[in-house]
Write a new protein. Structure first.
Length: 166
């Protein structure tokens, strides 16, 4: 059990006892508190690392984009929430650095070509590999997988429209 798990469990137990809630209601409260703490900590750490590295805009955009995508595509799940945060921040930092390098050192025609390649690869990955099941969400039902895949395609299409507009 990670630190975030322990904090949310402790808070939900104390709050549930004070409000005279049963174990099921405490479990729901624990889940909600866990999500709030984990999200808030992720936002704070992303902003902090972005400020330190001077890439707050890039890191924020990458984090928001990937967070929206992860909802429909699943993904790799770390053993603890803390490792998940660290992996997310490191990946955002790496992608931000790559984006900054590309925008400074590569001409617009090659950037468009790279973008089109990434978009084609994204369509391929969503169609053949997503959504990725996890231990907590096995996704055995093909109807559910298709529904999530369709939403991921819709989100990707929205991203493409935004890219074209910008």
């Amino acid at each position: 059990m990670g630190v975030i798990d322990k904090i949310s469990l402790n808070l939900s137990t104390r709050l549930g006892d004070r409000l005279d809630k049963d174990e099921e209601e405490k479990a729901v409260l624990n889940y909600g508190l866990f999500m709030i703490i984990h999200t808030f900590l992720g936002i704070i750490l992303t902003i902090l690392v972005g400020l330190i590295t001077g890439m707050i805009i890039e890191m924020s955009l990458i984090t928001i984009t990937s967070a929206l995508f992860k909802r429909y595509t699943g993904g790799v799940h770390a053993s603890t929430p803390e490792i998940c945060l660290i992996i997310g921040i490191i990946l955002s930092l790496i992608l931000s650095t790559v984006c900054r390098f590309i925008s400074i050192n590569i001409d617009i025609n090659n950037i468009v070509l790279i973008g089109m390649t990434i978009i084609a690869f994204s369509y391929y990955m969503i169609y053949y590999k997503c959504p990725v099941p996890s231990k907590n969400k096995p996704l055995n039902n093909e109807k559910t997988r298709n529904k999530l895949r369709k939403k991921a395609f819709t989100l990707l299409n929205i991203y493409i429209i935004l890219i074209i507009i910008l």
